[in-house]
Design a protein around this ligand. Structure first.
Ligand SMILES: [Zn+2]
Ligand SMILES: [Zn+2]
Length: 238
């Protein structure tokens, strides 16, 4: 949008028309000043690359636990780190979830710049929560593909397979995605990991239902655990 596009309407009186013209010119001026400023801060990119280079990435086996899906944990860590070190140029389009995550967790200066970019950007639109539209959904998706490949690779090695079998957990969503990357004979081990996790949750859920019938609401935490098992941890993927 430039000031020429917003023409005062016929119905406006001269005073209103003049105010509208001044407002449009003012927004144009802000936009030019703002985008010139954003282009000029390359030194921040260097700092950012430095920070990222220092951020050590844990292997999937080192984050495997019996209580949480390893892919979910890895993605949660990745997302937290991404938000903590976010730079404005990395987040031009964002979905509802990521807009609020940025607002709550990214550095304040970065958040203000991202939001100004969006408000002053003539073509900015809210993105759907898909990798093709949201910059942060895309980054999470790229990380997920790498992590799924990493697990699939480890499941091909008998020692790591048995270790993951004993100590790892996968949610239903990520378990299926890992399976899709494995040849048929190796899919059983993932099925077993998922079945064990799912079986434990079924048992606890049934106990919870029984207690509800008796009037007790204790043990409701299992509902969150079941949700996690079905769709993955909250807020890492749509
Ligand atoms: Zn998961
Ligand atoms: Zn998103």
């Amino acid at each position: 949008m430039n000031s020429g596009e917003l023409k005062p309407r016929q119905s406006l009186n001269p005073f209103q028309a003049n105010r509208l013209r001044i407002t449009c010119q003012y927004i144009d001026k802000l936009r030019r000043r703002f985008f010139l400023g954003v282009g000029g801060c390359n030194h921040r990119k260097d700092n950012y690359m430095k920070n990222r280079a220092h951020a050590s990435k844990l292997s999937i086996t080192s984050i495997a636990t019996r209580n949480s899906c390893s892919v979910c944990v890895a993605l949660r860590e990745f997302q937290n780190d991404l938000l903590k070190h976010l730079e404005p140029q990395e987040c031009r389009r964002f979905c509802n979830t990521h807009c609020w995550m940025v607002a709550n967790s990214a550095p304040a200066e970065c958040v203000a710049t991202i939001f100004l970019q969006a408000i002053l950007g003539p073509d900015w639109r809210p993105a759907a929560a898909v990798p093709e539209q949201c910059d942060l959904c895309r980054r999470i998706h790229e990380e997920k593909v790498m992590r799924l490949d990493e697990i699939a690779q480890q499941l091909r090695e008998p020692k790591l397979r048995s270790w993951l079998h004993d100590y790892g957990t996968l949610c239903s969503r990520h378990g299926r995605e890992v399976m899709a990357k494995l040849p048929e004979p190796l899919r059983d081990s993932v099925q077993e990991i998922m079945a064990r996790n799912g079986g434990e949750i079924v048992e606890v859920l049934e106990g919870f239902l029984e207690r509800l019938k008796e009037g007790s609401h204790s043990g409701g935490g299992v509902l969150g655990r079941a949700a996690e098992y079905l769709v993955g941890q909250r807020g890492i993927e749509s």
